[in-house]
Design a protein around this ligand. Sequence first.
Ligand code: HEM
Length: 387
Amino acid sequence: MHGGFSLGPVNCGYIKGGTYMLQGSDPRVVTDQKRPQGAVQRIDGTWTVLGHSEARAVASNPHVFSSAVSRFLQLPNGLDGAEHWEFRTLIDRYLTRAVVAELEPTFRIIAHEVVAETEGVDKQDAVELGITFAVRAMTAWLGWPRELEPRLVEWVRSNAKASRSGDDARLAAVAADFDTIIREVVEPRLSDASITDVTASLVRDESLGRALEFEEIVSILRNWTGGDLSSMALCIGVVVQALAHNRAIQDRIRSGASDRELEAIIDEFLRIDSPFVTNRRITTCPVTLGGQQIGAGEQVNINWTSANRDERVFGDPDAFNPHNLAANLVWGTGTHECPGRDLSMAELRSFVRALVDAHLVTPDGEPERATYPLGGYISVPVRLTPR
Ligand code: HEM
């Protein structure tokens, strides 16, 4: 059992329901106001960490802030310590830079295909394009049949709607639908050795010194796919919205920005408006957040979006500065830092290049914000003018 733990000078605030998550409003307005308190307690008693140093402290101290928050199997994100390391090592091998480099040409082809399909329709919704691209890129990566595309696209939409509704039964139904799709893909690979794709490799993976159990395979695939399809579509919405308002950056990308420069641009757009808002932890011992006591067994939510806008680290949170990279928490930090970052970046780069090479992108109406726990937008209307 650990003793107490101090995280520096953070006061405790209290957010009444209602005002915290107004439907369709920008949640960053509220978290920008509350952030000086570092961490706040919500009406349901859970804590939300809003400051950058506090978010880092929570994510970097897994012995105090455990990831074992869910009653469902979550591999690897619901594990701690050696168990987490074991599964994380297994997963990382599927997401190395070398693996991603081999996939990138496929992502480029898919991005060109999705952009080419917009021909003749100038007014587009960047989030819808993002959903189509995310689904095709993911199915190509994992070797899933192309016929699944309409079901997966529909699933991403239903998932966003269920998240907005906050209705647990609806969320559970959407999660069950996704599990059905995963099971349909896994089952034939258990018995048919002639299928050789990334999903089949995972199904037959024995790097733990044993075969994976069926539920373990489903859980790993769920974490590679379900949440991340939505994240990718939301990331594309945020990035295209920012590009549409910034012709100079579009020009810079067209005129030969390197992959590294483009990544820094994308990362900075995502820092300003991070659509992957939150992850949960549970305290293993009493902990002091700036003099405020949080008891053992209490839920602490890291709000990455707010932490990424902390004035103490970034100055004006809306000022675009691609040199902010080192402090950027879009992909998390610590032992659970996103293993899909390189893959996601390869997808985002491919999509952005295909889009701005073919079109001048300008705003075309008001975007609609997503609702907590999702960030970014559910709709970003843009005009695509062929170049
Ligand atoms: C598209 C944008 C994405 C964003 C913004 C994002 C962000 C994040 C963040 C912030 C975490 C940290 C979670 C925590 O500390 O609890 C995380 C973890 C994770 N991400 Fe991503 N992610 C993205 C895409 C992906 C993709 C494409 C994959 C799969 C290929 C992926 C797989 C994972 C997994 C498995 C974890 C848990 C890692 C662990 O517990 O060790 N992510 N992600």
